[in-house]
Each structure stands twice: as C-alpha cells, then as structure tokens.
Design a protein around this ligand. Structure first.
Ligand SMILES: C=C(O[C@H]1C=CC=C(C(=O)O)[C@@H]1O)C(=O)O
Ligand SMILES: [Mg+2]
Length: 461
C-alpha cells in the first residue's frame, strides 16, 4: 500500500459550490480479491455495498459504504436528476494525478410508472451511490480509493480516520481465510402466478396478431425460501465462479441484495467510443459440441427468434444513428453462447456526438425491445396490465459512470432480489405473433438457471 502521509486532498482549495467538497485518494493495493474486500465490509457496511464484474473480467469493482447517495423519485426526470446531482459533485472533486476517478454506481427501475410493490422498497426509480471505499481491479491489479464528500472543508483528521478504516478493510481482505462458498439450503420453491403468466403470453400474442403491438416482453417470477439467512458474499462468489461470459452485479440497499449474471450490455462508453449489443432470441445449449452447434445453427435460421432479434437491432440502430457518427452494425446476428443458453447477438458501435453522455444513451435505449417491446409506447402499458408483478430493477439498467464520463451499464436480467431467507428470481421472453406459451415458459426456466444454481435451487429446463 502506498501513501500514508497527511491527506493530500484536504486543505486544497477545491472549487467549492455551496461549501460542498469531494475528496478522493487512491491506495495501490497490489493484488487483492475483490470478493474478499466485499466480504470485509459485512459487519460495518452491510446494506451499503455493491459488486461488479464486466463481461470479459478485465474490470471488477466493489463499493463499500456511501459517501453520497443520489436518488430520484421522478418518473420522467430521473435520468436528468441523477446527471445534475453527479455533475454537481464532479465540479467540486479534488483529485491528484495518481488518483483514480471516483465512480457512481447504481441503477434505475424498469418502469417507474408501474404500481410499486413493497419488496422493492428502497430501490427508487433511480438509486446511485458514491462509495466511501471503492475497489477497482484492472487487469489483475487492485486500487482502493477513499472518497469523502462534505459540506464545508473536511478536517484532516476526518479524512485520516476514513483512510484508516479503508486500510483495515484491505488488511482484513488480505488475510481472510477463503473457503469455497457453500450453496444456500433451499426449503421451498414457489412459482408465482404461473397460470397468470401463461394466460398473459396467450393474450399478448392475440393482441400482437390484432395489431396492438409487434413485440412485447412478458416475465414471471419464482420464489425460493431458505433454511437460513443467505450471505450476499457467498452468492456472489458462486455466481462469479459459475458464470463466465456475463456481467456480474450485486447492489445492496438496506437489508436487500439485487444480484445477477447478465450477458446483455446496455451501453459502454469509453474514451469517446460507444458500444452496445442487441441480445434477443434464445435456444438452450447442447449436451455435446455437435448438438450445441446444431442448436445454434437452428437458432440462426429460426424465423420467430430472428423476428424477436430484429426489433432490437432496428430500435438500437435508430438510437445510435441519432446519437453517433460512424455507426457500425453487422448485416446479420451471430451467436452469443453463455453457460446455459445461446442468444442471437448483434454488436453495435459508434462515436457519440459532442455532448452526449452515458445517461443520454441509457435513457434513450431503456427499455430496448429485448425487455420492453415494439413500439415501446404500446408495449409498456401491455406489460403493466398483463404481468402480475412489479419488475423493480429486473430488466433495468444497472452500472456505473466515473467523473471522466466513462462508464458501462448492463441490462439486469438473469437476476434475483435476495432478502435474508427469501429470494425472488425473474425471467421473461420476447413475445411475437407466433410465440407459444408452453415454449416461452420452458425458455424462462433456462434463463432462471444462473441465479437458481448460485442460490442452491433445483435446475429446470
Ligand atoms: C427477458 C429476458 O431475456 C431477454 C434477453 C435475451 C433473450 C430474450 C429472449 O429470447 O426472449 C429476452 O428478450 C430474461 O432473461 O429475463
Ligand atoms: Mg425469446
């Protein structure tokens, strides 16, 4: 660990707005397990942590504690609200050259206009936090930043205190005895409103045939009850070791953890380059390599799945052509193979026009027809009236942005909301004119497998 001199950032004259100050200082932690660091925060900071791994595992992030919480209850202005609050903080950031950029991590709810349900309480239409202790692992090297936000200038002793807590967390993570995580003991599995889900898929195909919409995504949920309270770090550990080719996320709020392993990027903005991916259309994995190849080839040729996919390509293409120059979209999809499932996949990229930030992309893209439908204005009311649940953060944008304008958001599918001895798992599928309820039902079981496995539940499909 380097640096244990007096805090370099306190005492400097920041460009204070209303006395607000944002201090950051980065410690070089060498090699450190991000999950051990997450676990080290269990006693003091439970309910105020996050965990993130990008899909290719070159970037892992942990947040412990809240230096600031940025929230919005505004159904229409939530993206602008978060942007304004974040810009205000960034404008008073005091940082030296060796310090990493502080990050803001969190998510938006799927549909703030749907009736809210109590299990999602605390997960506002927008909920983001700047962590007090921020771990970033880049290509195997770990940095821990201490973030402090104060009204008025901070006393050096306050920063010193925070730094020493950060050093204790690092130490605890370094010496932690780490055994492979146990699977939670499941006592009961309940399919919630299965019949309603089947009816909804049937009636939505009817609406589509009648021309009320072209595609609508319908989802359902499954509840698991456990014999004992489940430890967040253990479930994340299971997911991390079991799910390659996926983003991993965990977002705590009070006594709850929203977690998942999703293959779907919403948008990545780095060094003036924007990337997204159309992921829609699904088939299972084969037991042998030959069967897997056959299934993949069948998926590529399947008219119903191609139409599910094409709605997404067309809508994402429209947003990118509006927001970017130099847009690249391949002529046809290829396969994205994840552990339990293969999807049709079309990557899209472009150079954002001046002034477009990551929240502009998130706002315009969410929900893509991979989670909402086409046209969006028709699909969302159909989802509200057909689904017997509040999606909360399922299917919604989750991710981060930094003070330099870089960031990445994933689509929070293959996910579950965990609270003590109970978890609610979510999965859905794109319904088009020729969808069959029983097939869609089977597809949801396959999509439930990643979180089901990590939570110790029985796998179907
Ligand atoms: C809605 C989900 O997946 C979406 C993403 C990929 C493929 C999908 C499909 O083939 O139906 C869905 O649009 C989910 O996993 O809950
Ligand atoms: Mg599908």
């Amino acid at each position: 660990m380097k640096r244990n001199t007096t805090p370099h950032s306190t005492g400097q004259a920041g460009r204070a707005i209303g006395g607000l100050h944002f201090y950051t200082e980065t410690l070089d932690a060498g090699r450190l397990s991000p999950l051990a660091f997450f676990e080290a925060g269990s006693d003091e900071f439970s309910g105020r942590r996050f965990y993130w791994e990008n899909r290719d595992k070159t970037w892992k992030m942990v947040g412990i504690g809240h230096a600031a919480v940025l929230e919005s209850e505004a159904a229409d202005g939530r993206f602008a609200d978060v942007r304004a609050q974040w810009q205000r903080l960034c404008s008073v950031l005091v940082k030296e050259e060796g310090d990493l950029n502080p990050v803001l991590f969190g998510g938006f709810s799927f549909d703030p206009k749907n009736r809210p349900s109590s299990e999602w309480s605390g997960f506002s239409p927008a909920f983001f936090a700047v962590p007090q202790f921020q771990l970033i692992e880049k290509n195997g090297h770990t940095f821990v930043s201490i973030n402090m936000i104060t009204e008025g200038e901070a006393a050096a002793a306050d920063f010193e205190r925070l730094r020493s807590i950060g050093e204790s967390l690092i130490h605890e993570a370094q010496v932690m005895e780490r055994t492979p995580a146990q699977k939670p003991d499941v006592s009961r599995l309940e399919e919630l409103a299965k019949d309603d889900y089947m009816d909804a898929v049937g009636s939505v195909t009817g609406k589509i045939r009648a021309g009320e919409a072209e595609k609508v995504v319908i989802a359902r949920s499954v509840e698991l009850l456990f014999k004992d309270p489940v430890t967040p770090a253990a479930v994340l550990e299971n997911l991390s070791s079991e799910q390659q080719e996926s983003y991993l996320f965990g977002l705590e709020r009070d006594g709850k953890l929203f977690l998942g392993a999703t293959p779907e990027r919403l948008v990545d903005l780095h060094d003036g380059h924007a990337r997204t991916a159309c992921v829609a259309g699904s088939i299972g994995r084969g037991k042998s390599a030959a069967e897997d190849r056959r299934l993949g080839e069948a998926l590529l040729k399947d008219a119903k799945n191609r139409s599910e996919h094409q709605y997404v390509v067309s809508m994402i293409g429209d947003v990118f052509r509006e927001f970017c120059s130099d847009v690249k979209i391949p002529a046809g999809p290829r396969l994205l193979k994840v552990r339990d499932i293969q999807h049709l996949f079309t990557p899209v990229e472009g150079i954002p026009d001046n002034g477009k930030d990551i929240l502009d992309f998130v706002e315009a893209l969410h929900p893509t027809p991979a989670l909402g439908g086409t046209p969006r204005e028709e699909a969302l009311p159909i989802i509200r009236e057909s689904e017997c649940m509040d999606r909360g953060y399922y299917g919604a944008p989750i991710g981060w942005m930094d003070a330099a304008g870089n960031g990445e958001f994933a689509v929070a599918i293959r996910s579950a909301l965990l609270e003590e001895q109970k978890a609610r798992l979510f999965a859905g599928g794109g319904i088009v004119a020729d969808s069959v309820p029983e097939d869609e039902y089977v597809e949801t079981w396959v999509k439930l497998r990643p979180v089901m496995r990590a939570l110790g539940g029985k796998l179907h499909g």
